[in-house]
Design a protein around this ligand. Structure first.
Ligand SMILES: *Cc1c(COP(=O)(O)O)cnc(C)c1O
Length: 251
């Protein structure tokens, strides 16, 4: 608690204004979610907002928490680890970054969902650590729909095969798919990527593989979450749209 308060005190001065900003931004995002749902006849409860809090201070996360947010996304294991210790226990932490195998042991039992699984080797490590801790880990398969060379994720053609291989591992449950589309100036350009991911989930769901459900689609960020919702997203991952720009330290 002392550390918590210290962190908060340090931030209070310059964040009083920004604190309100988080609440106001959330209102805008929820309006966007509502609008997108309405346009395609979906109900808002089908869509869960993950507040992507990477690089953002504890005080801002607390502000979002007070506004009712319970799902937060982080990209780096060490940062996640520190924030888990400082923040309320009912938060559902989402590991949305690329997870290295040697870091897996640090997050098992702490995270609610691992979004970026794209190899059997990583899944095997998760399975191994899950068994050690006598728990089950929910994961999403990351798909590189646009087949960008620089991106993590499996190619569309390889997803079903990977799902079959991971499905037999103990201590691991596949819940759906996740994608990070290319950066584009016009968000409409990514609509097709989202609809392809959706279709892929539907197709894999039809295979009725044990240990696999395809109910979760994690797609859409600040710039394109409304389009992602229109195309079937169940989780959207919004960072700057809630917390403002990220400041990266040089550590
Ligand atoms: C950082 C990040 C986000 C949030 O991006 P914004 O554009 O700030 O909303 C979403 N998903 C992933 C995987 C990220 O790394």
């Amino acid at each position: 608690m002392i550390r918590d308060n210290l962190i908060r005190d340090n931030l209070v001065r310059d964040n009083l204004v920004r604190d309100n900003l988080v609440r106001d931004n959330l209102e805008i995002v929820f309006e966007g979610i509502g609008g997108a749902c309405k346009r395609v006849g979906r109900v808002e409860s089908e869509v869960t907002l993950i507040a992507v809090s990477k690089t953002q201070p504890v005080a801002m996360i607390e502000e979002a928490y007070r506004a009712g947010i319970r799902d937060f996304g982080e990209n780096w294991v060490q940062e996640l680890d520190e924030k888990v210790k400082l923040l309320p226990g009912d938060i559902r932490w989402h590991m949305i970054g690329h997870l290295q195998r040697n870091k897996v042991k640090h997050i098992i039992g702490k995270v609610y969902l691992v979004h970026g699984v794209d190899s059997l080797r990583l899944a095997s490590e998760i399975s191994k650590e899950a068994l050690k801790k006598d728990t089950e880990v929910n994961i999403l398969i990351e798909v590189n729909v646009a087949e960008e060379e620089s991106k993590f994720g499996v190619r569309k053609e390889d997803v079903l095969e990977l799902v079959r291989c991971i499905a037999v591992l103990p201590g691991i449950c596949i819940k759906g798919l996740m994608t990070i589309p290319p950066y584009v100036d016009n968000q409409e350009k990514n609509r097709q990527i989202f609809s392809m991911l959706h279709q892929l989930a539907v197709d894999i769901g039809k295979e009725n593989i044990d240990n696999v459900t395809m109910n979760v689609l994690s797609m859409g960020m600040t710039g394109d979450y409304q389009i992602a919702i229109e195309e079937g997203a169940t989780y959207i991952r919004v960072g700057t749209g809630i917390f403002g720009d990220r400041v990266y330290s040089s550590e």
